[in-house]
Ligand binder design. Structure first.
Ligand code: ZN
Length: 440
């Protein structure tokens, strides 16, 4: 019972300090502030600064008066029940409102920081609203008979296309940040280009990028997130690769396609471990342990011990386990006569054995230094019909091309995107012209 008592104690202190009329109860760690009646403009709501918390006797009920709205925020350790109790909602009312909410959203899934609005008419909780996603609200409303019902309400989001472009001076991350490119957009485009670009090796100063994506704004004009990336281009050593997002007929998710309408997804990933650095290439080299020149049949990626290793492509496990100098080894068989091998793993996941089907990107082991290895790294091999190939130059061919009606629709959509790009580039150019500033 410490919470309620403590809360009341703190409330009493607050009332002495502020000597203000009372609107809201203040709970332990709970931020409560008074907001103008719901009828007021939403912009006004957002701008009201939280006043000092005050304790008060609830205002006398006035018939037909607009509801009083209180905004609450869940703090760590709060439950919805404790928050409602602290806000002055009666126990049976709170129970009924929470039960109604639970039919559309599990109250346990609410996290600290979650904001919600409570409408009171007199002492009664007339409505509870909370946002459960950037585009979704849940509204729990009290009926005349005192029961509560919950429903989901889609929030209207406005999509505003935004063009971000930059030239790489030191790193892609820095150039992206200078261009105002949000981190999730950057990581999505890195993923899209990773089949064709080795981000550890191929990037040079003066390389550049351009991205067209949507920013999402809520009804108050507040930026709430990013939407889809319509287009992304990278120019590496003067060569430009353009990718367009497209949803093929019957597909569940949109993907990136080259300007020719080929999927960027390839049969094999170039780097089957995240954030790795190529530490030793393919071919003849002086072996670090054996001390004599030997053919290096694969490539080595330096990566921290325990870093997850991904299947380079869809396939089937041929072997998984200790294999002499290779240490813990996983060998995968892919379509078209390809095999990939991953050596020196610290660990192979349970349940991965000969005959297991794996998907591209699935974790098949963790970086280690088992077998003949000087330190933790991934030794990665690609073989075509048993012949070792250089994984960094193996040509796996273009991705699946679009066909039939899809290809025509793709070209039409790509042309529309190009027109949008042209307009946005011109707008950026005009805004950035030195003359435009001098003329003022
Ligand atoms: Zn190696």
């Amino acid at each position: 019972m410490g919470r309620g008592d403590h809360g009341r104690y703190r409330l009493a202190q607050a009332s002495v300090r502020t000597k203000q009329p009372i609107f809201a109860a203040f709970g332990l760690g709970l931020i409560v502030w008074l907001v103008a009646p719901a009828a007021e403009a939403p912009e006004a709501r957002a701008e009201i600064a939280p006043p000092a918390p005050v304790f008060a006797i609830p205002p006398a009920p006035v018939l037909a008066a607009p509801p009083t709205t209180r905004l609450l925020r869940l703090a760590a350790g709060d439950t919805l029940n404790s928050v409602l109790a602290a806000a002055g909602v009666g126990a049976s009312e709170a129970k009924a409102a929470i039960a109604a909410l639970a039919r559309v959203f599990p109250p346990r899934a609410l996290k600290p920081g979650q904001e919600m609005a409570l409408d009171f008419i007199g002492l009664e909780l007339s409505e509870l609203r909370l946002a459960t996603g950037i585009d979704r609200d849940i509204v729990v409303t009290r009926a005349r008979d005192g029961s509560y019902a919950a429903r989901q309400r889609a929030r209207r989001l406005t999509r505003v296309p935004e063009l971000a472009a930059g030239v790489i001076r030191t790193s892609l991350t820095e150039a992206a940040s200078d261009a105002g490119l949000p981190a999730p957009v950057l990581s999505e485009i890195i993923g899209a280009f990773s089949y064709d670009v080795d981000f550890q090796r191929d990037l040079q100063p003066e390389d550049s990028f351009e991205v067209l994506y949507d920013r999402l704004y809520d009804e108050r004009g507040k930026a709430v997130g990013t939407g889809e990336i319509a287009y992304a281009a990278m120019t590496l050593s003067g060569k430009t690769l353009r990718l367009y997002r497209f949803l093929p007929t019957g597909a569940r998710t949109a993907e990136f396609f080259t300007a020719a309408g080929e999927s960027v997804k390839k049969a094999l990933l170039r780097t089957p471990v995240d954030g790795a650095r190529l530490s030793s290439g393919f071919g003849m080299r002086l072996h670090p342990i054996l001390g004599y020149t030997k053919m290096h049949r694969g490539v080595d990626f330096a990566a921290p011990p325990g870093a997850p290793i991904m299947a380079a492509g869809d396939g089937m496990v041929e072997r998984a386990g200790a294999a002499g100098a290779y240490g813990n080894l996983v060998l995968l068989k892919h379509d078209g006569g390809y095999e990939t091998a991953y050596a020196h793993m610290s660990r192979i996941p349970r349940g991965l054995g000969p005959g297991t089907r794996v998907r591209q990107g699935q974790v098949i082991g963790y970086v280690g230094a088992t077998g003949r290895a000087t330190g933790p790294h991934l030794h990665y091999e690609v073989r075509l019909r048993g012949e070792p190939m250089n994984p960094m130059s193996v040509k796996i061919g273009p991705g699946q091309p679009l066909a039939g009606a899809d290809i025509a629709r793709f070209h039409a959509e790509a042309e529309a995107t190009d027109r949008k790009l042209l307009a946005l580039r011109q707008a950026t150019l005009v805004a950035g012209l030195p003359g435009a500033r001098l003329a003022q």
